[in-house]
Design a binder for this molecule. Sequence first.
Ligand SMILES: Nc1ncnc2c1ncn2[C@@H]1O[C@H](COP(=O)(O)OP(=O)(O)OP(=O)(O)O)[C@@H](O)[C@H]1O
Ligand SMILES: [Mg+2]
Length: 537
Amino acid sequence: MVVANPQQTTGVSQKATQQRPASQMSELEVLIRARYPLVYVISWEEQRVVGEVCRIASRLGKKVFEWSITTGLVPGGTACVSTRHKDAATEDPLIALDKVIEDTEPALYVFKDLHGFLRGQNMAVVRRLREVAFALKSTYKTIVMVSPLLELPADLEKEVTILDFELPNEQHLAALLDRVIQEVKDNPKVKIELNPTIKAKIIDGLLGLTIAEAENVLAKTLVQNKGLDEKGLDVVYQEKKQIIRKSGLLEFYEADVSLQSVGGLDLLKDWLLKRAVGFTEQARRFGLPAPKGVLLLGVQGCGKSLSAKMISNLWRLPLLRFDVGKVFGSLVGSSEQNIRRAIQVAESIAPVVLWVDEIDKAFRGAKGSGAATDAGTSARVFGTFLTWLSEKKKPVFVVATANDVSMLPPELLRKGRFDEIFFVDLPNEAERKEIFRIHLAKRNLDPAGFDLDRLSAASIGYSGAEIEEAIVAGMFDAFYAKQPVTTEGILVSLQQTVPLSKTMSEEVDELRRWAAGRARPATSQYQPRQQGRVLEM
Ligand SMILES: Nc1ncnc2c1ncn2[C@@H]1O[C@H](COP(=O)(O)OP(=O)(O)OP(=O)(O)O)[C@@H](O)[C@H]1O
Ligand SMILES: [Mg+2]
């Protein structure tokens, strides 16, 4: 993802682009060729960035220098080799930046620790960088700042172009795997049994990780499994799950919800079934775009989260849950970084279902009333997310769920963000029967032994979750009384609960009114209800 600076209009060097098609260039190379003076690369992988800069430099016949506070400005690739390569005179960033301006030859400069000065709002460095940006505009020199976090003072926003360095792709990981195999192949204690299929699966399992993380996963697999073979795949998957979870906002979910275990919602299911082939090559050739995402709006406990899990199961795609609540967790300063990393991980695993549960919570934060948010960060964080939603190219299908529409900003609902917005209402009579059937069967009870008509009639206004709870409560009563579970028993537990739709009838009505003109019903027998009352459909 590039956040390009529209004010920079320096043209791409014609000669250079003719030599190498733009489609084969990394985004960093495109920016360097276009003579952007200051590029801010966000990545944990300093060495990969330096490597990429060195490759670009050799293609363009430019020199490379690296700068850090411990080495000063030294020739590229030497900084971590030994302390002999040290230029104490340029350890001061201001002097190093002066040197960059004074140099006359085409060169690329990787600055590693500059973000520390920017974070501290070191005004001298900020000012000098603005001057450098101006001075470098008409030269063949580019400064590439590398940092795991985005720490850019507002003063520099116009001068600096931000670039998210993509996580390693299949080729990078294949090269890593080959290198690791090469390193251990002579070790008699390690057994390597890999055919191309298993290799591809291992590589697939490593997507979403940095090179260092992937290397750790392979090392651990080698140790635990005493080699690399099909059995090692499990270790790879487990390790990757752990790493993704640790990195904050994302979590892999088991997609164990089948189409049959979700009651009702026929229109939603129909829509999803038609798009099940949406990510195939055939669909692309037919001229179809890959599905982008759906927003599921609706009453609590009616199957929104359940449907998200169903989609991944139906489409046989991995399910990644994105925890929006954590975006504005205690580490506010890194919110933006969190969201960027989450997007990157999802993209590198694509095709994937990205489940953004309770997205309304995020915007509660974004509106500034959340506990630890500041308006500037929130707006930026969600700006990043919204832009990505409408511009994403990778097959990441976003399933967002929400039940508080008052929190949703109009930008989120604008055309192009989602393919469709579905409204999930309380289940109608037929749907309630189906939900009873599903949950009775799930608990080893034969639905044929129950009067589903009566149960359904007695549960008007109950959500799927409340129906499930009533069944469980009825079972507890029966178990305690050492009696079989009966229709009457469940009817009693239904009577003992007051459904949310009663206690929160105003909110539910408001939601329906809002959805009437804006969202598509998830159920075909849907009829708008009369206001103020929970009516049967
Ligand atoms: N249509 C349904 N079919 C079968 N079970 C259902 C259905 N709706 C709800 N349930 C049951 O209720 C539970 C809770 O539903 P779910 O978590 O999907 O609700 P939700 O719409 O996401 O609610 P919330 O807005 O509170 O997050 C489900 O795990 C499931 O057991
Ligand atoms: Mg939910």
